[in-house]
Design a protein. Structure first.
Lengths: 112, 116
């Protein structure tokens, strides 16, 4: 079964606005990763946050992690049309050498 | 431009054909992956290779046969596929197999496969 579940499934905003996507997961994790996928392309790694971290920044991206609630959020500030893509969270269980499992994703549309 | 190169970009084949998908990376990564992705769905893991050896097979039907000839190359051999196998097939790599989930994965742009 899927480890991560994103919310919302789809999000449409105006250019310049902030976009927030959420991810919930079920089991203890070692870290959580966010990926972006533009239409017809492969996934691009955005950011990795470890289980002992609460917040991480990368350019216009801000990721938070709340292990007590088993949830993470991805904030994109001052969105641009080029941010239009699907965004996936990915987790690996904190036991054994297990591969990443991707959530269902959020489809973000940024309207110019 | 991605650092993982997949060929071909598009492939149309009949159910009786045999074809192969190819993936190449020159980042010195020792773990390589095949994923299957249907439209508007997340990638689903198929196989993981670590140091050219098959480490994980996610109960994939035998009509998909992976091969890792060397540390830079990964192939996926296809035979007698079904229409439901039509999907985007993504290859990815990561630095090492140890603690898989701790490492970012680098993806190619995929092969769009259509089965007639």
């Amino acid at each position: 079964s899927q480890q991560g579940e994103e919310d919302p499934q789809a999000l449409s905003i105006q250019e310049g606005e902030n976009a927030t996507m959420n991810c919930s997961y079920k089991t203890s994790i070692n870290n959580l990763q966010w990926y972006r996928q533009n239409s017809g392309r492969g996934l691009v790694h955005l950011i990795l946050i470890r289980s002992n971290e609460r917040e991480k920044h990368s350019g216009r991206l801000r990721v938070t992690l709340d292990t007590s609630k088993k949830s993470s959020s991805l904030l994109i500030t001052a969105s641009r049309a080029a941010d239009t893509a699907s965004y996936f969270c990915a987790t690996a269980r904190n036991s054994g050498n297990t591969p990443l499992v991707f959530g269902k994703g959020t489809r973000l549309s940024v309207i110019a | 431009d991605t650092e993982v190169t997949q060929t071909p970009k598009h492939l149309v084949m009949g159910m009786t054909n045999k074809k192969s998908l190819k993936c190449e990376q020159h980042m010195g990564h020792r773990a390589m992956y095949w994923y299957k992705q249907k439209a508007k769905k997340p990638p689903e893991l198929m196989f993981v290779y670590s140091y050219e050896k098959l480490s994980i097979n996610e109960s994939v039907p035998s009509r998909f046969s992976p091969e890792c000839p060397n540390s830079s190359l990964l192939n996926l051999h296809l035979h007698a596929l079904q229409p439901e196998d039509s999907a985007l097939y993504l290859c990815a790599s990561s630095q090492d197999f140890q603690v898989l989930g701790n490492q970012p994965q680098h993806f190619g742009d995929g092969t769009r496969l259509s089965i007639l």
